[in-house]
Write a protein that binds this ligand. Structure first.
Ligand code: DGJ
Length: 383
């Protein structure tokens, strides 16, 4: 009788607690319906936790190949549990005026939102290529809002760190002489390791540094850092923002010199900084790389490919975009990546996997389906 009572209660809890179609697990690579049963449209995204809720911002893609350009803007979703997402609409809209830097058809990629505790503003940064310039423009755009879900007001774009030398500048860079001819960027792993001697850093010193794939990290002391693929994608820069997060402070470092990294992500665990990124092969996946440091300005120690098992050489057919610390759960970090579908951009899928630590080492392995309870099991196993 007691058993029957418990079984019936469990059934009632399941029926009442879950609405039809609701799913309380992550299924990497599957379609992910929002509250309107529409596949989530927030590619190259990032998640911020604010006042008890998660907010996911990403590129709104449209159908077909042209969908990789920005025809709509930055989409925002909210969630209390990370499984179910509510469509909060377009947080930043591209503009109709042809003269606007964010006119429809520009490339507006990898948007990220950070919250400034002093100004109480939400600040959105993104990689911007003004329309019809391909990927040559390599700028960073910034927009701001008083409300997390927007609307965000576009402020401006720039090439960061104009007129400033990085803390680890070499004397030869200061000659400002660009020793190379136009660099033919071919992609792949066989890229010129001698690239530093070309002095792309010096070439761009006066006009600002190229900034393509990018991300942000806000440290415990409230300082925010912009990490961006610079110097024709050959080298990453990690740059301290101004106190209001709306510009660069002028203090930055070069990291992973001539390692040709994209899709950078920085996060912190137990006082150590972790980096995950990819190589440069356009929309095609390649092997992820990770690194560890005691200070965000380095030195960074490369640790190899964090992925293991089948398809680990292709990051499970995806490319990193964010590592999210799960609120209220000890040692729970989620690796978020994009499985791009450039032929039909809107159909891109999301790969979310648990970050499994062994000391400093990271292991990203495939799960067809998993949920947040996995973190408790992992912790239990290592205790
Ligand atoms: C790889 C980058 O990570 C993406 O954000 C996008 O810029 C594609 N390259 C374009 O080929």
């Amino acid at each position: 009788m007691r058993n029957l009572y418990f079984t019936l209660s469990a059934i009632i809890i399941i029926i009442v607690g879950c609405r039809p179609g609701e799913d309380y697990s992550f299924k990497p690579g599957a379609r992910w319906p929002d509250n309107n049963e529409v596949h989530i449209n927030a590619h190259g995204g990032g998640i911020i936790y604010h006042d008890g809720k998660y907010y996911w911002f990403g590129q709104h893609m449209v159908e077909g190949e042209k969908g990789n350009s920005a025809w709509v803007g930055v989409h925002c979703y909210s969630s209390g549990d990370l499984y179910q997402w509510k469509d909060e609409g377009i947080a930043l809209r591209v503009e109709e005026e042809i003269a606007s830097e964010i006119t429809a058809g520009c490339l507006l990629e990898r948007p990220k939102v950070i919250f400034n505790r002093n100004t109480e503003k939400f600040v959105m940064w993104f990689h911007l290529e003004r329309k019809d310039l391909g990927y040559k423009d390599a700028r960073s755009g910034v927009a701001v809002s008083d409300r997390i879900t927007g609307p965000y007001t576009y402020v401006r774009s720039e090439r960061p760190d104009k007129g400033n030398w990085p803390v680890n500048v070499g004397e030869f860079h200061k000659a400002n002489e660009f020793a190379g001819q136009e660099i033919q960027f071919t992609g792949g792993d066989d890229l010129p390791v001698y690239c530093d001697s070309l002095n792309i850093l010096g070439r761009d010193h006066n006009d600002g540094q190229m900034a393509r794939d990018m991300n942000f990290f806000v440290d415990d002391d409230g300082k925010a850092y912009h990490v961006y693929a610079s110097e024709e994608n050959s080298t990453l820069h990690i740059s301290l923002l101004s106190e209001d997060y709306l510009s660069h402070s002028g203090k930055y470092t070069r990291a992973f010199i001539c390692r040709y990294m994209e899709a950078p992500v920085i996060f912190k665990r137990d006082g150590k900084y972790y980096f995950i990124g990819s190589g440069c092969t356009g929309w095609h996946p390649n092997a992820a790389r990770y690194a560890v440091a005691d200070s965000i300005f380095g030195p960074w120690t490369e640790m190899g490919n964090p992925c293991t098992g089948p398809d680990s050489a292709l990051t499970f057919h995806s490319q990193s975009t964010c590592v999210l610390k799960v609120a209220g759960k000890e040692d729970a970090f989620i690796f978020m990546a994009d499985r791009w579908t450039p032929e039909n951009a809107i159909d891109g899928r999301y790969i979310w996997l648990p970050v499994i630590f062994d000391g400093d080492r990271i292991n990203l392995k495939w799960f067809d389906e998993w949920d947040l309870g996995l973190f408790d099991q992992l912790r239990f196993r290592t205790q």
